[in-house]
Design a binder for this molecule. Sequence first.
Ligand SMILES: [Zn+2]
Length: 273
Amino acid sequence: MLITMDHNQTDLTCAYCGNPGEITREHIWPRCIIERVPSYNTRYSKSADKVFGAELVIRDVCVKCNNGVLSKLDSYICDLFDRYFHRHPQPNTTVRFEYSFDLLLRWLLKISYNSARTTDPNTPLRIFREYILGTAPYPSESVSLALDIVPPVEFITRGDGIKRTLTPDWMRCGEAQLVPSASSWCIIRFVTLNAFHFLVLVTPVNTVKVDESEIRRVLSSIPGHPVYPNRTHIDAPVGKPSISRMHMHHFEAKKDLYDAHSSRSKGRKKPLK
Ligand SMILES: [Zn+2]
């Protein structure tokens, strides 16, 4: 089953190239990632404020973009998944992360743009359409990237006193609000592939004058290691076990929705004989 975000049924131009054409469904998470993570079977949609098992898709991308350049970006990220994102790096280690900066950032912006359009068809991330398609150079003034690698965390269950390990098995993307004061001039998008938590800092408009010290303050408050555009690898230290900081506030806030989905899913399963 698919959940389609039809935010504008009458506008049948492509959200990327702007051309009219045959419009297709674009998966927000690539199929190759979904196939690699069968446990990723519970999704939350901010626009619907619902939790469900269906795949999230958006229907405003033309065949040419979807099956061409965007599909190539998906292939690249699935290669990275096989090399890195399926792993759970241990604390106090370093991961040598090799990357092709433009392919990586263009994919991160693509999933962010797709996700943002489900709640705002005119999202400021529209300015990156040409860069995502590979027809414009890296807009270094408007976007930068950091990577936070999160280790498993050990905890003791209150009831039975048994020590357990929680591994960061999350596939999420959305808008982070790490620094509330920065919300007037920048957008921080996150894309999490298990332990690999990417933060994309976007400053889409130049109409707001921001003090240099404020920019430095915001940059220093963003966790993770910078991913440099002019390099092909970084040695990223595995960060602090910050799973709760990143995701638990979301799951706590939406606990009723997740519990209801879990009950529905169990109800559909056949009873054991
Ligand atoms: Zn197109």
